[in-house]
Ligand binder design. Structure first.
Ligand code: ZN
Length: 292
């Protein structure tokens, strides 16, 4: 099937889901919320999103099969499908778990930044998707995914077009996506570097405004931009990081900069899985150590 056709079908499915979401929004029982869980998968990123209408999205899969254990706890045993995977970039600490997920779950579609690689894990993931006939969708800056009424993803980066390109440093090709749900917003940064954070501020700072920031690159100082933190002005920052990792993440300078702007920071190496529930305006945080 031609890629264009696949995208049209995909967008068609999403348009249908709009109607479902609209019904969900009208449910006055107040039981339907957006749930975002930042998994503790060691040194790597993996976040699971369940929308009010039951659409399930996984952003990255972490460095190992640990993500399967996490999904097993989040999803009922009979639910063997994930609607959408967003692969921020193909570094192993984000990609390896996605291979396990693709072997164990029926995946609706995969969104990537379009980069290519000759690394074995990249080829294995690509072959698995082809074998399972999973639509692969390359999204670029300013593309949007509409999941339902007032629930969207907007792709803010990569700033360049990386489709078909093999780059030396995949971090700079990371998908940066803002997820908006009514008045609440989450910003997923992948491992994007400081230079991209600063360019995003220069381009359209107002667009960055979010309640929750998934801090770029596990809190590495190579991703620390104070002007970016000030512009995003999140209430909460999440750092997905492995306990006693060999890189020294998160760097002290990043923690200090976040604190300077009054941003409450939580780390998966200290909190375990961090769940944030949004009713479209208010957030509730649940982790092993905290509930507020
Ligand atoms: Zn990473």
């Amino acid at each position: 099937m031609q890629k264009k056709k696949v995208i049209l079908i995909f967008l068609g499915i999403l348009a249908m889901l709009n109607i479902l979401a609209w019904i969900a929004v009208l449910d006055l029982s107040g039981q339907k919320f957006l749930e975002v869980t930042f998994f503790d998968v060691g040194q790597g990123d993996s976040s699971f999103i369940e929308t009010p209408n039951g659409f399930q999205i996984l952003i990255d899969g972490g460095p190992s099969s640990k993500v399967l254990e996490k999904l097993g706890k989040k999803m009922p045993f009979w639910d063997r499908s994930i609607d959408l995977i967003i692969s921020s970039h193909p570094d192993p600490d984000h990609l390896l778990g996605l291979i396990d997920v693709s072997k164990n779950y029926k995946v609706g579609a995969v969104v990537t930044n379009g980069t290519v690689s000759s690394r074995p894990e990249f080829l294995e993931f690509k072959n698995l998707l082809e074998k399972n006939k999973v639509p692969l969708i390359v999204l670029k800056k300013n593309n949007q995914i509409l999941i339902g009424e007032n629930l969207y993803f907007k792709i803010l980066a990569p700033l360049e077009d990386f489709e078909g390109r093999e780059v030396a440093d995949f971090n700079s090709s990371s998908i940066v996506a803002k997820m908006g749900y009514y008045k609440s917003a989450f910003l997923f940064m992948g491992d994007t570097p400081k230079s991209v954070e600063e360019d995003l501020v220069l381009e359209d700072g107002a667009l960055l405004d979010s309640d929750v920031l998934k801090v770029a690159h596990h809190g590495s100082k190579t991703a620390k931009s104070e002007i970016f933190y000030e512009t995003v002005s999140p209430k909460f920052a999440i750092i997905q990081v492995g306990l006693n990792n060999q890189y020294g993440h998160p760097h002290q300078e990043v923690l200090e900069a976040l604190a300077k702007y009054g941003i409450y920071t939580m780390r998966t190496d200290q909190e375990g899985d961090i769940k944030i529930i949004s009713d479209g305006e208010n957030l509730k945080i649940l982790s092993n150590n905290k509930t507020f």
